[in-house]
Design a protein around this ligand. Sequence first.
Ligand code: FA5
Ligand code: MG
Length: 382
Amino acid sequence: PLATAAVEARRGPAAPAKDQVLTSDPANNVTEYIYSKMGINLHHQPNHPIGIIKQAIYDYFEQGSPGVFKAFDDMYPVVACTANFDEILIPADHVSRSPNDTYYVSADKVLRCHTSAHQAELLRTKQPAFLVTGDVYRRDSIDATHYPVFHQMEGVRIYGPADWEAAGLEATAFAERELKSALEGLAKHLFGDVECRWVDAYFPFTEPSFELEIFFNGKWMEVLGCGVMEQVILDKNYGEGHKAWAFGLGLERLAMVLFDIPDIRLFWSDDDRFLKQFKAGDLNSKFKSYSKFPPCYKDMAFWVSPEFTENNLCELVRGIGGDLVEEVVCIDNFTNPKTQRTSNCYRITYRSMERSLTDEEINGLQARVRQGVAEQLKVELR
Ligand code: FA5
Ligand code: MG
């Protein structure tokens, strides 16, 4: 699936050099597959759904508060752990720091796992309001709404005492109200009427924290996280006496709702039948499926090993099957009471968005997956 010439042709001039990303550092867990996505910068492509939604959100904030927000969309995706984690108070034992969840370039550098990695740095430049758009990277599960590379937009807005006093509110209550009204306004601007709900959440860098979910294709889908910025972050990097809100939204998820795009893999398609359906500034086009090829299911049962994690499995399957993999899901799991060994059964769904797959091709991929899990994840196939 890694057509190197095609990958190189899509890569922009600002792509990180390979030896900056795929290093021989023992902590490095970046794969060729992930590197192949770097520098493509879908958010820089004005006629791509990701570029269109980025611009629509910029326009919304510009209309609501002319000249207030400064936009950044070419910040380098390789960041220090201090920026990705420490400066926004992510504790030393937080799961997101684990190499099971995050791509490490070296022990002290990662591929940013969220645009919040740029919060502290931009606060130090004394921007009172900013938007940061970029590609972010995560080891994650595989299904229609999760992909190991996706795009986020961070928003931050800072207020002073005059703002909350004029509103007759306490600072945190004021920031929370402004945040929710900005994001509800955004949802209305993008979608008109859509079913939304606020869910209480937790982030180490905000308090209180919330997530916004949208009802899409029969399910509630989380589209963003947000909250009132932890005061220490603001005091330390911007200056005392202020209050701020922050959000981080998933551009693919919003674009899926806006354009009715059913599967997150489509954003990476080179197929004109996909790309030609979207045009800069047009928020009204609805994606028309040009193919509905049948899925092919392959089940695989094995006794787990210490090396086995679901993210490791997904990484391996994506590395072999590329975008032909639609979903990886655990369909059965039990522990033998005598031996205490655990067995999992995973179902892999293969389907192309572009063409019919042959049995031979799928069987070949599945054989390589089985060999890969046995050798690399040290599981015992059943
Ligand atoms: C964050 O990344 C926080 N940094 C957001 C934030 C910023 C909170 C500022 C508070 C203040 P979370 O991990 O929930 O949060 O991801 C945010 C959004 O990214 C999700 O709501 C979703 O829209 C999107 N997202 C997360 N994982 C994936 C994935 N694997 N594929 C596609 N989109 C994803
Ligand atoms: Mg979340």
